[in-house]
Design a protein around this ligand. Sequence first.
Ligand SMILES: [Zn+2]
Length: 210
Amino acid sequence: MVVAGEDRNDRISLRILLEDFCPEMRGRVVEISDPVRLHQATGANLAARAETLARKVRARAVRDDTTVACVFVHEDLDAVDGDQYPVIRLRVEKALETALGTAHYALAVAEIESWLLLFPDALTAVCGSWSVPARHRGRDTGRLADPKQVLMREVSGSGRRYREADAPEVFGQAVAMGLAESPTGRNRSYEQLREDAARCCTDHVWPKSR
Ligand SMILES: [Zn+2]
């Protein structure tokens, strides 16, 4: 299993969630650093970027003397959920499938921090002074234009400020508390990740591990 993406914290976060959604992936996920930049690309440009990523994945498999069951590619849309999200997601996923065979495009709206706001109790468990305000609970966090700022300014309050490096610990806490499958509120891109992980587990990981 490969998790590819630009940011190390985001890759670790994605791995933590995938290993919870699909325990068969545990201990089998490797990370590949790649600048990605797929969501704004189209046509030949998109195909070329997907092929560049595929070459990296194949080279890593050769180096590790293994086969790759599947690839999850993370990117932030940097825009709120809307009509363009499913269009872009499908376009890139098709390009990735063409280049890689089996692949999933984990496109977060607006960015992976919006997923953290789905777990108010995990945020408070990681840092006692953090609290998600009522107006952000039980909502569609994919509609927040800048969830990172919400975490730093509104959730952190006067206590220790949220930093990007905290994300993996919060997701790990959400998993430990059994919350990853029952988020507070919703986010289409998070629900998509859960669907993709479940499909990957039955269709891609399991058949190839036999
Ligand atoms: Zn898969």
